[in-house]
Design a protein around this ligand. Structure first.
Ligand code: HEM
Length: 527
């Protein structure tokens, strides 16, 4: 059934058009049977029992009972919009990726912005990292750039992701706190994981409470590869830069806005698009090679590190304009399924151990969340280029194979269905790999503080004050004294003044020793 009334054409007199006719559609059951009475159950006698025979009632309740699907295990609170990416130039010297093949080329996109920790009904202005996920419907298949508004991540290895997320979600016995940062478990975890310090500084800064989705940067975070048609590869880091600049609110404002309008960010995006004030970002890449990677002080595979733009400037590739709101929040924003493993020829992975875990995790969770391996049949997830394969059946299959062949090789010639294409097909970059299997973090991932310090010191005085205030505020909610002290000990490795301000703010009189800079979680727990 199609709901024909949109927000702009809502009738002002809601008492009109309560029955069909005169251009108003007839309401039907899911089986298409016209409904005469949508107000009353079928009863026996004037005040008698409801008859089980009432198939309209049963169908209506049955469907309602099944309206909910699991919310995303992270990034549950989000908002989507549609638009296009436009390439500035032919970038074939850098990558064979379809969106960048010629100047002015447009590729349709779906974008979903989100918070990470809160539930689907949580307020928009929580202090948190924001998701910035873009699905490019390219003519070579779907490419998802599933990024955040902060260029680094809390952890280096996917093995720790469930622990990180458990620590920010409500505690299992009490079911609170919902505020992810004001949290004994969260601060306990990060105090025991020195690698989280860099991301922590960003999220405690003004970046943690954006003014609007339209005023956030986006980052691919991991190092990816660009690969040209002739097989040459370079490393890239993706950056989205908002046309409106990066803007934030202060905590005092955020608390009030959350109370007065918990939908502030989604309303802002909706209103901007409805007003024709289309949000816009520039997509750019930092491009570098093995020689740079070998000389760089940090490991380019370590997602807790960024590459300073002073060292490798961002090369602009094109712009993204969001000029359409969604037509249906559930069908599009809720059912969209982004996945880091959705890449196209011209784009490839690196050995970042966090990325490897993500490549597994998204598809896995989406099978549960969307309930069927056929979620690529949903319009928001379906590629906009030809799709042909022998995968078949399963729950809710909406696209079916035609003809006899559902395997290959086969003997059915032109009727034998699709075949592999050595010319245009995806080929992994043939990086050479080798070595012993082991469970041990590389030495090159060991420095957890230099970039946290670099970030803190890059901030203006007032921005530094906001960071100190935020940490004091959040830690003042933490009841366990040892956790507060351990954070201060960790901050001593970032900046003495910052550590001192936090200690003063919390009334910690005796300054702890700094944590061993290269401490592992096990060392930290016992120190
Ligand atoms: C959503 C896993 C790290 C950005 C999700 C979801 C899972 C997940 C299971 C829910 C997906 C869904 O239900 O559709 C992981 C794992 C990570 C990781 C295992 C590390 C090992 C990251 C990082 C970023 C990121 C580093 C940013 C670069 C996002 C975004 C979403 C998301 C933006 C929301 C997508 C949407 O709007 O639907 N992640 N994640 N995640 N993740 Fe991650």
């Amino acid at each position: 059934a199609k709901n024909t009334t949109g927000p702009s054409d809502r009738p002002s007199d809601s008492a009109t058009h309560q029955t069909a006719g005169d251009g108003v559609a007839t309401m039907t059951t899911q089986q298409g049977v016209a409904i005469a009475d949508d107000q009353n159950s079928l009863t026996v006698g004037t005040r008698g029992p409801v008859s089980l025979e009432d198939f309209q009632l049963r169908e209506k309740l049955f469907h309602f009972d099944h309206e909910r699907i699991p919310e995303r295990v992270v990034h549950a609170r989000g908002y989507g919009a549609k638009g296009y990416f436009e390439s500035y130039d032919d970038q074939s010297q850098l990558t064979a990726a379809a969106p960048f093949s010629e100047a002015g080329k447009r590729t349709e996109v779906f974008v979903r912005f989100s918070t990470v920790a809160g539930s689907a009904g949580s307020p928009d202005l929580a202090r948190d990292t924001r998701g910035f996920a873009v699905k490019f419907y390219t003519d070579a298949g779907n490419w998802d750039l599933v990024g955040n508004n902060i260029p680094v991540f809390f952890i280096q290895d996917a093995m720790k992701f469930p622990d990180l997320v458990h620590s920010v979600k409500p505690e299992p016995d009490r079911g609170f706190p919902q505020a992810q940062s004001a949290h004994d478990n969260f601060w306990d975890f990060v105090s025991l994981m020195p690698e989280s310090m860099h991301h922590l500084m960003w999220v405690m800064s003004d970046r943690g409470i954006p003014r609007s989705f339209r005023m956030m940067e986006g980052f691919g975070v991991h190092t990816f590869r660009f690969v040209t048609a002739s097989g040459e590869s370079s490393y890239v880091k993706f950056h989205w830069k908002p046309k409106l600049g990066v803007q934030s609110v202060v905590w005092n404002e955020a608390v009030k806005i959350n109370g007065a309008d918990p939908d502030f960010h989604r309303r802002d995006l909706w209103n901007a698009i409805e007003a024709g004030d289309y949000p816009e970002w520039e997509l750019g890449v930092q491009v570098f090679d093995d020689a740079f990677a070998d000389e760089f002080d940090f490991d380019i595979l370590d997602a807790t590190k960024l590459i300073p733009e002073e060292l490798v400037p961002v090369t602009p590739l094109g712009r993204m304009v969001l000029d359409q709101r969604v037509d249906n929040f559930f069908a599009e924003t809720e059912q969209v399924a982004f996945c880091t493993q959705n890449v196209i020829p011209g784009i490839d992975f690196t050995n970042d151990p966090l990325l490897a875990g993500r490549n597994f995790s998204y598809l896995d969770t989406q099978l549960k969340r969307l309930g069927s391996p056929n979620f690529t049949h949903l319009p928001v997830n379906a590629p906009r280029c030809p799709v042909a394969h022998f995968q078949q059946d399963g729950h809710m299959a909406m696209q079916s194979l035609s003809g006899r062949a559902n395997y290959e090789p086969n003997s059915w010639g032109d009727d034998g269905g699709p075949r592999e294409n050595p010319d245009t097909g995806y080929r992994s970059f043939p990086a050479e790999e080798g070595g012993e299997k082991r469970k041990l973090r590389p030495e090159s991932f060991a420095d957890h503080y230099s970039q946290a310090r670099m970030f803190y010191r890059s901030q203006t005085e007032i921005e530094q004050q906001h960071i100190a205030d935020a940490i004091v505020f959040e830690l003042s909610k933490v009841e366990t004294h040892a956790i507060r002290t351990r954070i201060v000990a960790s901050l001593l490795n970032v900046d003495n003044d910052l550590a001192q301000q936090v200690a003063d703010g919390l009334g910690i009189d005796e300054m702890p020793d700094p944590l061993e800079p290269e401490a592992t979680p096990i060392d930290v727990a016992t120190s």
